[in-house]
Design a protein. Sequence first.
Length: 385
Amino acid sequence: MAHHHRLWRIASRLSAAPIAAAAFSSERQQQQQRPQCDASAPLPKLDPAVDNSLPSLSSNKLDNNNEKSKEPAVAVKTAGMQKDAVGSYKNLFPLRQKWQPKVEYPLWDHNWDGKMPESTGSDEEDRKRMRYIRKNGVTRHIILVRHGQYDETHKEDEKRKLTALGRLQADLTGRRLAEMLKGSKTGKANPCNITSIRVSGMTRAIETADIIATHLPGVTFEEPDPLLNEGRWCFVCFYSIACLYQSNTRKRLILFLSLFSCRPCHHIPGSKASERIVQVTDDNHARIESAFEKYFQRAEAPDDDEDGEKHEFEIIVCHANVIRYFMCRALQLPPEAWLRYCPFNCSLTYLTIRPTGSVSCRMVGDCGHLNYESSSFSQHHGFVW
């Protein structure tokens, strides 16, 4: 019996062998037909002077890219709130107050500031031009500084002055920026060409900028710009500040959130916006968006091979909500995400704009120049809150 069973197993193997051989032969033929990668082929060289993320300036090439995409393109001529939109967005706020990008997320709008050169009609000439701009143009460095801690118990702006801690924070910030202006003693870190200090028209920001300016002699102090102001305050804001000092923790938390009635746009996550919040958004958005368009744009394209400064630094002293909005807009992120970011008093948010129009963020709410005891977010001290 065992003998017959052994013979059956041998026969089975012999009968299966031709099938296996045929399958192996077929698989091998398929592998030979597949395109092979030549590992010895040289890799394409990338020109470090070119922003390789930039598309051709040719509109035809851009249109072809859109045709290949399976996702529908966003049909808007300019980015912004669509005033004619009807209805609500997810039952949170009017659809007309939702920001609409010019190109769908997460694509990058290369002409976001309207300063991208027009195509010459030749892809090769366009590439040469962008290489030239990238190599010879000026990189703009924008350092956004939130004001120091201030007295929030008053209604009048002129009385909402920096606290003793706020003045210390501004002084420490000025010292840090002065180090950047001078450069390192070893010469490893080049000095930063700080050209100007800009500031909003509100008392706490002006006081902060005044203290910072004492450490930066020779830097131009521009006139205060009300476009950079925090926003229009409403009654609920002042009522909220008063309630912050009450003992009911739940009430304090709820009312603290209402402080953000001074908003550049709606925020997500968030509850359904009241009529008052909708009005405040209408009152503030256009102004703050105008400030963004005024200060955030690439440098003018170079005309010749001048040996001037290739980097220009600009300091803007303003407010938390404005900084939040600016950062989202500059990085082409949904502006409705602004409240997810928490910049401390006298923190630095630092963005660069290359001459080709690309934008990157080097610091986000950096307060490393302040020790722990000197760190605050409004009336909150330290990090445990």
